[in-house]
Write a protein that binds this ligand. Structure first.
Ligand code: ADP
Ligand code: MG
Length: 253
């Protein structure tokens, strides 16, 4: 896999964070974040627990609100009045650590729910699309089971398929493999690598550094609510500049 940040330089920007700040009450959780993600870029975000990675990802799809600065997603500026929330939810797919599937719905129903209710797609078409993506994540045979009947790795692949059914322009991943047993991590990472290879714009919070080396165009290191360092993966891992980055890498590698 080559890093192709250069060829993406003149491409359309899909996500912009400009001088973005967020507080939880008095606690300044995100400090002046600047980030630009171009179409087709794969970005890995890492950093110690509590550094603000989830909060940043959640601000991008409006699960959390920021207080200062701008967030622009696919040309839509996220504002206080939540007018744009529908657009963002349609365009941005999100995969969480704990899958967040609906337990009382089958795998297929989990996948068809949003296309039918948000995109007003006829059931038959939604089911065809769902089966296509369940095939892509290699579990079409599980379509009529309930999430509780599947392994963690299978549930996470359902969660990815469910997001893809909405035809998102960007996929956000928040530690998608950290709740999985080791033998299931690879089956989820393989699906993510395939997505990356197909050109999906991806922002992934993960500590799977093998994944970062393989697919990331850029790795971003956060600590205490700040972007401390960012670089293409080879430089990031072999030549970290900041002491905090060096310390973090020495702990996880
Ligand atoms: P990370 O994903 O990097 O582990 P988080 O974004 O989850 O970090 O959390 C960043 C900081 O914000 C932590 O100190 C956490 O305790 C705090 N925090 C997260 N969510 C909330 C919340 N809803 N209310 C108050 N503080 C929060
Ligand atoms: Mg987190």
């Amino acid at each position: 896999m080559t890093t192709n940040t250069e060829s993406k330089n003149d491409q359309e920007v899909v996500i912009t964070l400009r001088n973005m700040n967020k507080w939880y009450g008095q606690f300044h959780v995100l400090k002046n974040i600047n980030l630009e993600v171009k179409r087709g870029e794969r970005i890995v975000i890492c950093g110690p627990s509590g550094s603000g990675k989830s909060t940043m990802i959640r601000c991008i799809n409006r699960l959390e609100e920021h207080q200062e600065g701008d967030i622009v997603v696919d040309g839509v500026t996220l504002t206080d009045d939540l007018k744009n929330i529908g657009v963002i939810r349609r365009e941005v797919g999100m995969v969480f650590q704990h899958f967040n599937l609906f337990p009382h719905l089958t795998v297929l129903e989990n996948c068809t729910l949003a296309p039918m209710w948000v995109r007003k797609m006829p059931k038959k078409e939604a089911e065809e699309i769902a089966m296509k993506f369940l095939g892509r994540v290699k579990i079409p045979d599980q379509a009529n089971k309930y999430p509780g009947q599947l392994s963690g790795g299978q549930q996470q692949r359902v969660a990815i398929a469910r997001s893809l059914c909405m035809n998102p322009r960007v996929m956000l991943f928040d530690e998608p493999t950290s709740a999985l047993d080791p033998e299931m991590i690879k089956e989820v990472l393989d699906v993510m690598v395939e997505l990356a290879d197909e050109g999906m714009t991806m922002l992934c919070v993960t500590h799977e550094m093998g994944f970062a080396k393989k697919v990331a165009d850029r790795v971003i290191f956060m600590d205490a609510g700040e972007v401390v360092e960012e670089n293409e993966p080879h430089e990031f891992f072999n030549n970290p500049q900041q002491d905090r980055t060096k310390l973090f890498l020495s702990q996880i590698l």
